[in-house]
Design a protein around this ligand. Sequence first.
Ligand code: ADP
Ligand code: MG
Length: 350
Amino acid sequence: MEEARLISLENVHKQFDGVTVLSDINLYIRKKEFVTLLGPSGCGKTTTLRIIGGFETADSGRVLFDGQDISGLPPYKRRVNTVFQKYALFPHLNVRDNIAFGLKIKKTPKDEIARKVDKMLDLVNLQGYGKRSVDSLSGGQQQRIAIARALVNEPEVLLLDEPLGALDLKLRKEMQLELKAMQQRLGITFLYVTHDQEEALTMSDTIVVMRGGRILQIGTPKSIYDEPKNAFVADFIGESNIFKGTMIRDELVRFCGAEFPCVDEGFGEDAPVDVVVRPEDVLLVGEDVGQVTGVVKSVLFKGVHYEMMIDAGHSIWKVHATTMQPEGSRVGLSVVPFNIHIMRPMQEEQ
Ligand SMILES: Nc1ncnc2c1ncn2[C@@H]1O[C@H](COP(=O)(O)OP(=O)(O)O)[C@@H](O)[C@H]1O
Ligand SMILES: [Mg+2]
């Protein structure tokens, strides 16, 4: 529905020094949605965010906010706030004054500032820290202050550029959940940037997968995981076995020296394809009944499952299973038709 679109990018292009960094970016963000731009370093995530925030202008294309073209508006006139990757807090100000900063600039009355800052300290679980100097706090606490400092301005949209990148894994996981909860409680629209696929899968309503300045796929975490559009997305969004194959005809594909029934149609006959099989979808079976056979090259316990690398002659298969086969043993491998994903081969350079 058109009305539900809060932010739209239409045909956005951007070059730096003659090099294209964003190419034909089209996407929209609905009110209260948690949208994540996901892709490897250098794919244009930050540039996209900066164009929405008004820190950068597109060479062509439009940025719409609530249906209005805001391409010409400076950052402070946009109803968005940004939390940057390097969340420079003011070291000479205490926690309270860091959070209050934006309100003071706007000449908000003192009692209102006090009330709003208290509310923010509550929200980010830092009650009682108001008078502390920011240097005395941990990375996670400082990050919460950076988020409080942005949220106190009551933006309709919060742009977050890898805000948890500097935190260690455990804290990052905690903050992911906290941020998501906060977003839902406040009903704010989040546009989040990360190169961490797990983070994107846990937090987002919608994921935008980018590569080389282009959008490859937009969808829910589940749809992107289950139905990746090409081998790059499949690989980036989770672990995958990717094989070159040939579609013999509808519902029959050849790869790794064997023919596999599958459910895909419409690729033509004798057509080159990419075949993607998730490690958790490979079944370890008896050598005599496997569709292909191989030798276990390595076994790694990963906490919940074992990860085994199987050498099947001309291919290596990564297999995740809750029971393991010892190194050196011969095994059969099998995949049910539904778990074989056929994709058109990717062009290497776009
Ligand atoms: N101000 C700039 N001047 C020149 N090149 C830039 C500038 N900002 C970004 N780039 C280039 O644009 C590309 C995309 O960068 P960026 O949007 O920061 O990617 P990401 O955030 O996905 O890592 C990169 O190749 C980067 O080097
Ligand atoms: Mg970036």
